[in-house]
Design a protein around this ligand. Structure first.
Ligand SMILES: *Cc1c(COP(=O)(O)O)cnc(C)c1O
Length: 460
């Protein structure tokens, strides 16, 4: 089932790359231990079998999927050079490719003049954005919603910036009224709006938050690590769509090509609307050699050594699948979202489940109906295990009971947090498998419910 056809193209591409260095005198690279290469590589293959099948549509759990073959191969091709995008000396071609690929990401959000670069992932990208926010208004507070990624409060700890969480509404979005109340008390440097929360794919109400910026003048950072690419999707609900439509008005944006951009891990991106943010990165290193007067990426990034291969992979992917509305890439995102909506509809017709809200992107959360929150949580865990035995792989998420109160008013609140089921339907192929996923889920729920009734009747 693992895609291998593309490897033939890879060998041809490696030959072309090699031909570029034909002017050098003959040289045979020396790599020690090659005699045992097969033995060790086969052992690695055996070890890697110990994984959930992220590539298969029946893996419908966490935010995981394999990169596009072109990303995998472009990354591998670059590995024969191993460029370092810290400085042009370490990776001329891959630095240029990074600038092009990042400009395409910025253009997707409508930005032409900007500052941006790739980095290790969403954590690093958010750290850089909040670092700049803190530099601009030292000592003031950073706000993010209670459903924002936990990385924001931790990053603020690292940066020694005060952090506060803003409550969410019943759909997991930042509560604009609660934000307004907090802003009225003053002392806020920046608000983090999450466009696509990690747990439920909730999209913070950006138009309302921007209206509050008019009044209070804070810096607005958009954490679109997961959801950023949905800017291209044309099948969002009206509210999510109105948030994405205003994304260009943020002061900084984070997007993770290694989440929805078909890239291998190690590819995040931070973008600043004002290129002047670059002044905070300035350094005067005697170790970095300058063979060019041009701005090099090491001057606008907190990380020093960075994989040029990540830039090559992203560049190649965007050449193959341009970031265009209506394009093949955008259609893939729309299919994942359509799969989430289809599964949402099926679960709503099944009286055994509670679906707290319609998916805002391609992430669906749902819980089994039970007399109490603790019973529903236990049942979620049993369904998760029963589904896995049927090769359907879901995820579990701990969410505030308030999310479920509207749909399951009778459920006894013996816990503040409900462990529910979560399915990230982020592969375009999920759409063709919704029926099968629903069928396996129904069987798993049947088994888990029967088992829980069994234990109930055994109790005295
Ligand atoms: C994944 C994610 C992050 C963290 O990014 P990493 O790439 O895992 O470091 C931050 N914010 C959001 C909204 C995310 O989904």
């Amino acid at each position: 089932m693992l895609e291998r056809d593309s490897l033939a193209v890879f060998l041809e591409a490696a030959r072309r790359l090699d031909a570029g260095f034909a002017a050098l005198p003959e040289f045979a690279p020396d790599a020690p231990g090659m005699a045992r290469l097969p033995e060790v590589l086969f052992a690695a293959a055996d070890r890697l079998r110990d994984n959930y099948p992220y590539f298969h549509p029946l893996y419908a759990g966490q935010m995981l999927k394999p990169p596009h073959p072109v990303a995998r191969l472009a990354y591998a091709l670059a590995m024969w050079i191993n460029p370092n995008n810290h400085a042009l000396d370490g990776g001329r071609a891959s630095s240029a490719m990074e600038k092009e690929a990042v400009a395409e990401l910025a253009a997707m959000f409508g930005w032409k003049n900007f500052l941006g670069h790739l980095c290790g992932g969403g954590t690093m990208a958010n750290l850089e954005a909040l670092w700049i926010a803190g530099q601009l208004q030292p000592g003031k507070t950073i706000l993010a919603s209670a459903q924002a990624h936990y990385t924001h409060s931790r990053i603020c700890g690292v940066l020694q910036l005060p952090f506060e969480a803003v409550p969410c509404d019943a759909r997991g979005r930042m509560d604009a009224a609660a934000l307004a109340a907090r802003l009225a008390r003053g002392g806020v440097a920046a608000v983090v709006a999450t466009l696509g929360t990690t747990a439920t794919g909730a999209v913070d109400p950006l138009p309302e938050i921007l209206a509050l910026r008019e009044r209070h003048g804070f810096r607005l950072h958009a954490d679109a690590a997961y959801g950023g690419y949905f800017t291209l999707a044309e099948n969002l609900g009206a509210e999510a769509q109105s948030a994405f439509a205003r994304l260009a008005e943020a002061d900084s944006i984070v997007i993770d090509p290694h989440k929805h951009g078909l890239q291998p891990y190690g590819c995040g991106c931070v973008l600043f609307r004002d290129p002047g943010a670059g002044r905070f990165y300035r350094h005067d290193s005697p170790y970095t050699y300058f063979t060019s007067a041009e701005l090099h990426l090491g001057e606008i990034s907190l990380e020093c050594s960075r994989p040029g291969a990540a830039a090559v992979a992203l560049w190649a992917t965007q050449k193959l699948l341009p970031l265009r509305k209506g394009g093949e890439f955008a259609r893939g995102l729309e299919r994942g979202r359509a799969a989430a909506l289809a599964l949402d509809q099926k679960l709503r017709r099944d009286p055994r489940f509670v679906v707290p809200f319609e998916p805002q992107l391609d992430i669906l959360v749902f819980a089994p109906l039970a007399p109490s929150v603790s019973a529903a949580s236990a049942l979620s865990r049993s369904i998760f295990a029963a589904a896995a035995r049927r090769q359907l792989h879901l995820a579990l998420a701990d969410l505030p009971v308030e999310f479920f109160a509207g749909q399951a008013p009778g459920m006894r609140r013996d816990r503040a947090v409900l462990t529910c089921l979560r399915s990230v339907l982020m592969k375009p192929g999920h759409l063709d498998w919704v029926e099968k996923i629903a069928e396996l889920l129904s069987a798993a729920a049947g088994e888990a419910c029967a088992a829980s009734r069994g234990t109930e009747t055994q109790q005295p």
